[in-house]
Structures are given as C-alpha cells and as structure tokens.
Design a protein around this ligand. Structure first.
Ligand SMILES: Nc1ncnc2c1ncn2[C@@H]1O[C@H](COP(=O)(O)OP(=O)(O)O)[C@@H](O)[C@H]1O
Ligand SMILES: [Mg+2]
Length: 205
C-alpha cells in the first residue's frame, strides 16, 4: 500500500507545477468521527471545469512527457478503497482545492507515512513557495508556516546543513508529538516558524 504522504507529495507537486506561490496543507484526523481529511489549497493557475472533472480520470493529463496522469487518480483510488472520496474544486486564475476524505479505522486505509519529509520537500522548493501546514490529531495540533520560518532565519538559507538538520528534527518531533496521548495536556499546540536559534526542542509553547 502506498503511503498517503507520497500521494500528498504528488498533489503538492501539481500545485507547484500550476505555478502556485502559496499552498495550504491541512490534515485532520478524528477518532471520534473516524475520519481523516487531507486538504491541499493552492493559488495556482486553476483548471477549467472540463479539466477538473477529468482530473481524477487515470487517462487524463495535460503533461506531454507521458500520456497518463497518475497523481489524482491514484489518490482517488486510495480514498475509495477506504470508504472515502476525492473532491476537486478549481477556478481558472484563482486556484485549486483538493480534498481527500478517508475512513481512519478502515483496514484498507494506507498509512500516513513520513509527513516530515513531504513538508520539507515543499519548504525547500525553489523558487520559495509559501506553505502553511497544519496537522490535527484529535485535540492536538502541529503547524508550520514556511514564510514565517524563512523570516526568522533572516537570510540564512533553509538548505543550510545545520538549518536543514534542525528543521528535519523539528518536523519529525512535531509529527510524533501528535500521537502521544495523555502527556498531561490534551490540547497541546505547537506552532512554527520558529527561530532556528532557539535550538532543538525549544519551540514548544
Ligand atoms: N493544483 C492544480 N492546479 C492546476 N491544474 C492541476 C492541479 N492538479 C492537477 N491539475 C491538472 O490535472 C492533471 C492531472 O494531474 P495528475 O493526476 O497529478 O497527473 P499529472 O500531474 O501526471 O499530469 C494535470 O496534468 C493538470 O493539468
Ligand atoms: Mg501530478
């Protein structure tokens, strides 16, 4: 089973190919609702209604390098296998929102996989794109804003080895913290960007 983080990377890649300068990625997992909702909203060039309608058809692609598009149809199939669905809302010149809904407890739901690496690859994208990422698991939230993060770096490139090492660890810890239950504070929230100079693990509120 292909990990959802890889499907999400594909959807984010579509946003970048569509020339988006800003992308909002939101993940919501609720055990109460037994649901996982993944939403990618971009301000890219958008799709005409006909293209949006066919976008989850495996034989449609606007690219010329290969004749079938795979990103959206594969995600649609992953949603449908786990009692969910994929929705695409798009307006030419405004942007696109892709919403994937999956049943959390479904035996055929793919595992989420490595969200830290997926987020990192967008944060490292050149030219820079403004990524707002928010991941909620029941009462817990982890979020990061790439523009705020870049501002706090004050000119030091995100790709600088020590920044990269710090960021990779920050993202991995933030993600892991969402699945630690109890821990005294069920409503704990972590927000980035945070100054890299705060050092590792110092970003908790
Ligand atoms: N965020 C988006 N903005 C604009 N167009 C998009 C977006 N996502 C997908 N599309 C359109 O839908 C097509 C199919 O996407 P996808 O299934 O990922 O296949 P591929 O990217 O390989 O073409 C793309 O070629 C593109 O024309
Ligand atoms: Mg694609």
């Amino acid at each position: 089973m292909r990990e959802l983080s890889l499907h999400i990377l594909d959807v984010l890649q579509n946003s970048l190919e569509a020339g988006a300068s800003a992308v909002a990625l939101s993940l919501e997992e609720s055990t109460t609702l037994d649901q996982m909702v993944i939403e990618v909203a971009d301000n890219g060039k958008g799709m005409a209604p006909e293209v949006a309608r066919r976008a989850s058809d495996p034989f449609y692609t606007s690219r010329t390098t290969r004749r079938v598009g795979l990103g959206l149809p594969l995600l649609a199939a992953a949603c449908e296998r786990s009692a969910g669905q994929l929705k695409i809302a798009s307006t030419v010149g405004v942007g696109t929102t892709v919403t994937a809904t999956l049943q959390l407890s479904n035996i055929d739901r793919a595992p989420l996989g490595d969200m830290a690496e997926t987020v990192l690859s967008v944060v490292l994208h050149q030219p820079p794109v403004h990524l707002h990422y928010r991941h909620q698991v029941d009462g817990r939230t982890f979020s990061i804003d790439s523009a705020a993060f870049r501002r706090e770096l004050g000119g030091v490139p995100v790709s600088h080895p020590s920044v990269l090492r710090w960021l990779r660890e920050y993202l991995a810890e933030g993600e892991a913290s969402l699945y630690v239950e109890g821990d005294g504070d069920a409503e704990s929230t972590q927000h980035g960007g945070v100054a890299a100079s705060e050092g590792r693990g110092a970003a908790r509120h």
